[in-house]
Design a protein around this ligand. Sequence first.
Ligand code: F6R
Length: 585
Amino acid sequence: MEYRGYDSAGIALHQKDSIFNLRTFGKVSLLEDGMIEQRPKSKLGIAHTRWATHGQPSEQNAHPHASSGEVHIVHNGIIENYLELTEKLTKDGYQFESETDSEVIAHLLHQHLQSSGDLLAAMHDAIKELDGAYAIAAIHINDKSRLIVARNKSPLLIGVGLEENFAASDPLALSQLTNEFVFLEDGDVAEITKQSYQVYDGKSSPVTRDVTEIDIAVNAVTKGEYSHFMEKEIYEQPDAVANTINGKFGEDDVLDNIFGLDSSEIFRKIKRIQFVACGTSLHAGKVGRFWFEQIAKIPCYVDFASEYRYRDPLVEEDTLFVTISQSGETADTLAALRYAQEKDYLSTLSICNVPTSSLARESEHVLFTNAGPEIGVASTKAFTTQLAGLMLLAMSIAKSLDRDQELRKNLASELKALPEVIKETLKLSDEILSIVPNIADKHNALFLGRGMFFPIVQEGALKLKEISYIHAEAYPAGELKHGPLALVDDQIPVVALSPENTLTEKLVSNLEEVKARGGTLYVFGGPNSKINLERGAYIQMPECSELLAPIIYTIPLQILAYQVACQRGTDLDQPRNLAKSVTVE
Ligand code: F6R
């Protein structure tokens, strides 16, 4: 579960007459070293990797947390009423050892155990007092055979094995142990033993949840010949995009209902689209907006998931609500979907990479991007496949609304050729490497683009900052003169995307303004460039269709960020302060 957080880690294991505990500050490998040294033996235990929310990363704040040395818990999520509970439990005599919100769970369980004497009953009682999001796993010193887990708004599943059972936040964590999973629902509590498991719903009644079979190829979760997961995932993009679009086309148009049963019928009614997502996935939505307006002729709104529901949005009639997410577990995106379900939307649709995720399960319509597991924190193949998925959506809606068949026909053949153009683009790697030294030693960078390439430079700037820690800002090139031009000097590299389209001339004028102020330009553009560079570099991109060019122009920015980070020697698959899947609000 390392990709969920890696600032500290810990483990608690049942031993003969005690519970073995080890917590370490820093990467999981340090915990591993400690385990190798101590070699504890056990058949029941819990472990956790942390991404700090309450309390800084430290050994003391690492999970598992314990109460009176008897109850040990791990928790993913945020307990919103933890201050209130801490006050109450402190009055009742409990002493807190960490600054986390999670420790209250251990003490609450301990308190309820005093009356019920049973960990399962205590869990049912304790969660009634918790507000917020949680996936909890708990063990008790006197209960050597049972693991008790509970879920609300944070993902949790049971991995079903032969004479062994597991619980985890993600099937990936168990992919080498089992291929049978039981996804718990909000309010569920489960009792897990070596031989069996039993799930109880929010009313404490036993329930049966379906067993889902998922085969995750082992090579999908290893780096293979590559130095980093991010590098592997960049190079997987031709296949990943091919997997997104495979089986979606007839001879020269997108097939009906590729977003699920009756989706084409529902699309006939659409008047507007509301996109909601976070980070890289939000950038995909911003590109999608151009496509929907140009291809399907439908107005679109795009919102940060973390902001959307707090602005009390007005929902216009026949608006389709679309979430975009690699993981399908991003807490803000999921909360936005749940908020939207209470509103008067035409339908909800998600573009998602993880079929078993909460987002995929809770949306009325879904398109899976089929990119395979993305492990590197910086999203790469998830983004380009989301774009391919959004293009499929724009075409599907245009088809349902009977708009521009000729354009759809051209797009269908261009999309089919896209994986080959991505392959060509990946060959630019050496050329990009030649500009890396001029960027890797700088503190700031500017990224410029126009139209649908503005979200692409936003994505490029995000990639550079998150893995190389160079401050990077993206601007629509025409906006430069309204302030940011003041930053331009010979110490700030300016990366620009200059595809050949109706905005090329305008962009070239903006780049001249940068040149005139001594800025060094690194431009990615088409073969007929009119930019005359005295410093910097011009890297020529392969030819591709105008509407699909945002997907192609993403690739060199990913490679650039990756190579700059390699040169700076950062831990780019696990950059500081970040986690791959952000399951807290
Ligand atoms: C950046 C990155 C993040 C994610 C964001 C949303 O490289 O990966 O910005 O895009 O946290 O995650 P998902 O797509 O899983 O909802």
